[in-house]
Ligand binder design. Structure first.
Ligand SMILES: C[S@@+](CC[C@H](N)C(=O)[O-])C[C@H]1O[C@@H](n2cnc3c(N)ncnc32)[C@H](O)[C@@H]1O
Length: 203
């Protein structure tokens, strides 16, 4: 199959499909961090290039519920962030409705403000062999839900949360395992393997 992994510079999902004999390409504005078939550029420009399947990881910075405190700082909507969120939502829609028969779009829980369509399923790294929680949503078209491959009972939050005012106010907080946004956005190996194994079918 010809597989496009849009908005990926880690090569994780691309390489999982490649290992199974597929003609898999990643595409990102940034170069690939790992050697492999990669198109450096705008994924929107190549959606019509005859792909059989696409896995897309569109940017979530302005859509994610985790960023809501910046969007509503002091109870007031930040116009610049709202405009960026509206643009991010339009990009997300282009991915989900791309002219490709099988599509999976991955993102964290979004803010209600941007009214994303209902997701198909929620997955966690601890369902795929990693001892972490990081709720991730999948919007699927033409693909079955991803089945957990190795569920771990014990896990800790992958992302830092509520370490400032919330913590001081006695709310639940977590120091997280990763500290930077780019580390946090890399797809887990176990999830990449499950995608290629369960969605790849015969090469
Ligand atoms: C949330 S990260 C996803 C990272 C991915 N999970 C990985 O393992 O590499 C979003 C990525 O989208 C890329 N991006 C943003 N706009 C893009 C566009 N128009 N075309 C292609 N990639 C884009 C960014 O450079 C960034 O690497």
């Amino acid at each position: 199959m010809r597989v496009l992994v849009a908005c990926e510079c880690s090569g994780r999902v691309r390489d999982a499909f490649t290992r199974r004999g597929h003609d898999a390409w990643s595409c990102d504005l940034l170069p690939s961090n790992e050697p492999g078939q990669h198109i450096q550029g705008d994924a929107l420009d190549i959606l019509n290039d005859g792909w059989d399947l696409m896995v897309a990881h569109p940017p979530c910075r302005f859509l994610s519920r985790a960023g809501a405190r910046h969007t509503y700082r002091g109870g007031v909507l930040n116009e610049t962030r709202v405009t960026s969120g509206i643009r991010a939502r339009a990009f997300f829609d282009r991915m989900l409705h791309a002219p490709i028969p099988r599509v999976a779009v991955e993102n964290p829980t979004p803010m209600r403000l941007f009214a994303l369509p209902e997701h198909t399923q929620a997955i966690e790294p601890y369902q795929f062999g990693h001892p972490y929680s990081k709720r991730t949503l999948l919007w699927l078209r033409g693909l079955p839900e991803l089945k957990p491959t190795n569920v771990l009972e014990s896990h800790e939050p992958y992302l830092r949360s509520n370490t400032g005012e919330g913590r001081r106010a006695g709310q639940q907080s977590s120091p997280g395992v990763v500290q930077t946004a780019s580390e946090a956005s890399v797809t887990f190996e176990g999830i990449a393997e499950a995608m290629a194994e369960q969605w790849g079918g015969p090469a």
